[in-house]
Design a protein around this ligand. Structure first.
Ligand code: FE2
Length: 423
């Protein structure tokens, strides 16, 4: 097929993209398709590689209100609530909710998700369910799973054994939660053990790390250290890292180069961080998100994740990575032109780097996955949370949405006014 007249995220307009055997075969203003070949007319709108969510919890998604609502809206009540829900879970319900969320994701042009899956339930029901979901969605969505010991790999009985069982079953990435272990020392020990496990098995690492307001939480330092020591550079992610917002500035000036040296990836989760952190503060009240512009300036790859949608921790969300980018932009005050553009990268190319996705992007040879947005640029896409006019997987259109329009009948104005964003 031929995609005609697209604007690309780098600003090039009037581009035609030829797809052969599910991959981009040629891109440029002169490219032509064969006669009678199917054509998707992009009509000048923005064609982007699909959205990628670098941090999600698909085992909990769409469970809002089960078995009860989080009354305080806090992280700790959310964790307690998840503990109440876990024994009530069934594999069928987990699969059904996850598949429903994947449908939402595809409709929003979100075609790759890294999801943590809790391994602390001795039945490993959620692991079984999400492994099934990973296979079922494979034709249209890349689902990468992280073995996540929600209750602490050292704190919860048998958690390490269960985490290893989950990896044996086919879970892709080693997770952790050092700040939730009983002591700072146990947290550091958990980072060591989990990084060594990943190195032994040749796997990537993605830890919930320093997800607190504690300025003295130092687990990301351990994560960078063991990444270097074990030769895991470029394969390890620190997720949340919220304590960095409160750390001493001198200490951070030492930490950032260590993170860059270890080629750590950082994932901020703006919707969740802004609502769950700073909850013990009166005023001034901290924003609770990690230091995104400073991490980027230090050369660290930073992505944004959705983290939660309608679950014990967050009652909102719709699988819309443009909402995530928009919140990240606001919380980090990233309003310079280049910074707004960087927020779009945080939910596309940077997130793809976190997952280690191969053949991602609008380049010749890459799989022809893309989203056509009713916007003229990445910044406008964020501003409007633009309509996903079409979503493509391997060159096939797998979702379409009608353009956003409105018909206005205004007092004192006899004619009907049709609003539609003009190119
Ligand atoms: Fe998370």
């Amino acid at each position: 097929m031929l995609i005609r007249n697209a604007t690309l995220p780098d600003g090039r307009s009037g581009q035609h993209l030829l797809v052969r055997e599910g991959r981009f075969a040629a891109i440029g203003p002169e490219v032509q398709g064969a006669e009678h070949e199917p054509v998707l007319d992009a009509d000048g709108w923005l064609l982007s590689p699909p959205f990628v969510d670098a941090h999600f919890h698909m085992d909990a998604t769409l469970s809002y209100g089960l078995p009860r609502v989080n009354q305080s809206g806090t992280l700790l009540e959310g964790i307690a609530l998840w503990g109440e829900l876990k024994p009530l879970l069934t594999r069928e319900a987990l699969v059904e909710r996850a598949l429903q969320y994947c449908d939402w994701a595809v409709a929003k042009g979100l075609l790759a998700i890294r999801s943590h899956v809790d391994v602390c339930d001795p039945r490993l029901l959620a692991v079984e369910a999400l492994l099934e979901v990973r296979e079922r969605v494979k034709p249209y969505l890349d689902l990468q799973l992280v073995a996540f010991p929600q209750d602490g790999v050292l704190r919860a009985p048998h958690a390490m054994v269960q985490l290893e069982r989950a990896l044996d079953m086919g879970v892709d990435v080693v997770g952790g939660i050092p700040h939730f272990e009983r002591t700072m020392a146990d947290g550091a020990e958990s980072v060591r053990l989990l990084c060594e496990l990943a190195a032994r098995r040749g796997l990537r690492v993605d830890m919930h790390c320093d997800e607190s307001d504690d300025p003295l939480s130092r687990h990301v330092e351990s994560l960078a250290f063991h990444t270097q020591r074990l030769g895991l550079q470029g394969r390890v992610t620190g997720s949340h890292l919220t304590s960095m917002h409160s750390m001493d500035n001198y200490y951070v000036s030492k930490l950032l180069p260590l993170m860059a040296e270890a080629r750590l990836h950082a994932v901020a989760n703006p919707l969740i961080n802004i609502t769950l952190q700073g909850r013990h503060d009166s005023y001034p009240k901290r924003r609770g998100m990690t230091r995104v512009p400073e991490l980027l300036a230090a050369g660290v790859n930073v992505a944004f994740g959705h983290d939660c949608v309608m679950d014990p921790w967050y009652s909102l969300g719709a699988g819309d990575m443009l909402e995530v980018a928009q919140m990240g932009l606001h919380v980090a005050q990233m309003t310079a032109q280049a910074q707004m553009r960087a927020c779009f990268d945080a939910v596309t190319v940077n997130a793809a780097r976190v997952l280690g996705l191969e053949s991602y992007g609008l380049e010749v040879g890459c799989r022809a996955d893309a989203v056509l947005l009713q916007a003229r640029s990445p910044v406008e896409a964020i501003r409007l949370r633009a309509t996903r006019l079409a979503v493509l997987r391997g060159g096939e259109v797998i979702a379409r949405s009608a353009p956003a329009t409105a018909s206005l009948r205004l007092p004192g104005r006899p004619e009907q006014v049709d609003w539609c964003l003009q190119r």
